[in-house]
Design a protein around this ligand. Structure first.
Ligand code: ADP
Length: 616
């Protein structure tokens, strides 16, 4: 491989082919010995001078005419001789050209090979099996850091720098190829660099055998595959990780499927657009739908909803799942759901958002058929209704008789008897209130209370309620003020229901305000509504319990302290009555400062609900 060093200027990567050829010719010419180059000219000159001297010699020594017979014979012989010499010369020139061509070709191939060696990334090695020596290209030496020292040409030194764990497989690969059991030598192994690290490489090569099958040489290339191995190792790690994760996912999936199948509630998972991704068999059963039919459909197509107690379809934006998907909040509600065959059933519906790294990706809707609970509730309410109704008659009798005794028309009572009678009378009154409240609540819950609107003056009712409360107001030294907008017309409303509103709000304001406090009532209106506002400077409602104010039987702890008597049913009844009348009720309150309740009732009046029972 000497030319590589000599003609290093040619071995740069990317030299054009014709440049190489030109240079190859030059070098081939320069490499031809000078004797070879001048030899044909010398022979030609010799031939010419021979011919000329023969001509001169013959004509002068024999003194013959230039064109005598003997001259012609001699000249012919000389000509024959010259032709023979010329033929020899032609043969020589042809072999000379052939040698020149071969030299050029060899040089060209040598240069190309050098270029490939220098330009290619692969490191080349060539193992001469006869001499048992290995040539390693500069790239090979560079690859392992042997450029300075040069790698030894002893094959056993090569074997010595192969990783001990890979020697056996390397030798096996070698044997397989040398025994012609495969078409090319291929071995992946680690080779030690000068610094002592190991590099993963792949050796690919080919052996040359002579006719008798003896191996003459094995030549090939070494490629650095450390990066590939690193990537392989990372990939292997990742693959194992993925396999493990996949296994976990599979197990989780099986668990979830078992869980979903076994729960009695219907469960539907939707994506962010509201399309059904998962639906358990129970949901399919309750909705009378095939699960595979429902998958991918919008939940709004699959479930029809009616608002609890209102026989009209729930607006899209009010549907629990929509609220969850839009606002990302959990919704719990009771609605009526429809099965595919049109059957309606009450259900408790919970819709919860699904977040992935704080991003809302869908919702889970769980619903339970509460037909049975509703029936049980209904029977309980019916029982309460019946029981309280039945209790009213004996309680009225007790009230009547205790009033009679209190008048002392049947005989005088001593002080102790009077005090006991008063106790009986107060307890009886309290029981009547409780029983009336229970009866009202049961009628509200059963939806059986009547609304009989007649032209009603809200002011008259408010004043009459305040009159009824005069004793209490005086006892508690309350400062009560009332203001009325004179322009408020009579409104079509059920006076009993309006009375219930004033009674509860005003009596609460008095009850929950300490002695000497202030209570104010105002009645105003705008184009659409009448506004009732009842304010007090009482104990207020703690923030923590404000959301429970209108629920059944709820009483705040601070209220119990100032007033032990109470049913916790008044505000529940007020809310039901106001909403039945088409109005709204709410409040503002600051603990220990006071409370204001607001009620709106439409000037257009209440709608009649007939055929049902009155509230007491
Ligand atoms: P009751 O007054 O019989 O307890 P209500 O349903 O009328 O039942 O009221 C429920 C609860 O609401 C009361 O127990 C009390 O805690 C609170 N509350 C109602 N009105 C007021 C008010 N004006 N000031 C403070 N708390 C009030």
């Amino acid at each position: 491989m000497e030319p590589l060093e000599k003609n290093i200027n040619l071995t740069r990567i990317g030299a054009p082919k014709n440049a190489i050829l030109e240079r190859a010719e030059e070098v081939a010419d320069s490499q031809l010995p000078i004797q070879w180059k001048i030899f044909p000219y010398a022979v030609f000159l010799l031939l010419l001078s021979g011919l000329f001297s023969s001509w001169k010699f013959i004509t002068s020594s024999y003194n013959i005419n230039a064109f005598s017979l003997s001259t012609i014979i001699i000249l012919s012989l000389c000509l024959l001789f010259s032709v023979a010499i010329l033929i020899l010369l032609v043969v020589f020139v042809r072999s000379y050209v052939s040698v020149l061509k071969t030299t050029k070709t060899m040089f060209f191939q040598d240069q190309m090979f050098s270029l490939i060696l220098e330009g290619g990334k692969d490191a080349i090695w060539d193992w001469d099996m006869e001499k048992n020596k290995i040539y390693f290209s500069p790239q090979w030496n560079d690859m392992f850091g042997y450029r300075k020292t040069g790698m030894s040409d002893n094959p056993s030194d090569w074997l010595a720098i192969i990783h001990p764990d890979d020697v056996a497989s390397f030798q096996q690969d070698l044997t397989i190829h040398l025994e012609k059991r495969n078409s090319a030598f291929h071995s992946e192994h680690r080779v030690r660099t000068v610094s002592g690290d190991y590099k993963w490489v792949v050796d690919r090569g080919h052996a040359v055998w002579n006719k008798s099958g003896k191996v003459l040489r094995l030549a090939g290339a070494t490629s650095d595959i450390s990066n590939v191995k690193e990537v392989e190792a990372v990939l292997q790690g990742k693959t194992e990780e993925l396999e493990r994760a996949n296994e976990v996912v599979k197990q989780e999936k099986v668990k979830y499927e078992a869980l979903l199948t076994s729960i009695g509630d219907g469960m539907i998972a939707v994506n962010q657009d509201g399309q059904i991704m998962v639906m358990n068999p129970q949901a399919g059963k309750m909705l009378g739908r095939n699960v595979s039919w429902a998958l991918g459909k919008f939940i709004t197509e699959v479930i029809s909803l009616e608002q609890n107690d209102k026989e009209e379809p729930l607006a899209l934006g009010d549907r629990p799942v929509m609220k969850t998907l839009v606002q990302g909040i959990r919704i719990e509600t009771v609605s009526y759901l429809f099965s595919a065959d049109g059957t309606k059933f009450p259900a408790s519906v919970t819709s919860a958002p699904i977040f992935l790294e704080e991003r809302l990706i869908g919702a889970i809707v769980v619903f339970r058929d509460i037909t049975h609970e509703k029936e049980v509730d209904k029977s309980k309410t019916e029982f309460v209704s019946l029981a309280s109704h039945q209790l009213r008659t004996p309680l009225s009798a007790i009230r009547w008789y205790s009033e009679m005794l209190n008048t002392e028309k049947l005989g005088p009572l001593n002080e102790q008897q009077k005090s006991y009678m008063q106790e009986i009378y107060d307890s009886n009154r309290h029981m009547i209130e409780l029983v009336n409240s229970l009866l009202n609540v049961s009628r509200i819950d059963l939806g059986t209370f009547a609304v009989e609107p007649v032209p009603t003056s809200f002011r008259d009712i408010a004043e009459s309620v305040l009159k009824e409360l005069v004793v209490k107001i005086q006892e508690s030294e309350m400062h009560v003020t009332a203001s009325y907008d004179d322009t408020i017309p009579k409104v079509n409303a059920d006076p009993k229901l309006v009375r219930i509103i004033f009674q509860n709000l005003l009596s609460n304001a008095i009850k929950y305000t300490k002695k000497g406090g202030q209570v104010s009532l105002s009645l105003t209106k705008d184009d659409m509504n009448i506004f009732i506002k009842v304010s007090d400077s009482g104990v207020g409602i703690p923030v923590a319990v404000q959301d429970k104010m209108f629920t059944k039987l709820f009483r705040a702890d601070n209220a119990r302290i100032v007033e032990s008597e109470g049913t916790g049913l008044g505000l529940y009844i007020v809310k039901a009555v106001v909403e039945k009348g088409g109005g709204k009720v709410w409040f503002d309150s600051v603990e220990n400062k006071g409370t204001t309740f607001y009620v709106t009732m439409p000037l257009s009046g209440m709608k009649q609900v007939s055929g049902a029972k009155d509230l007491a």
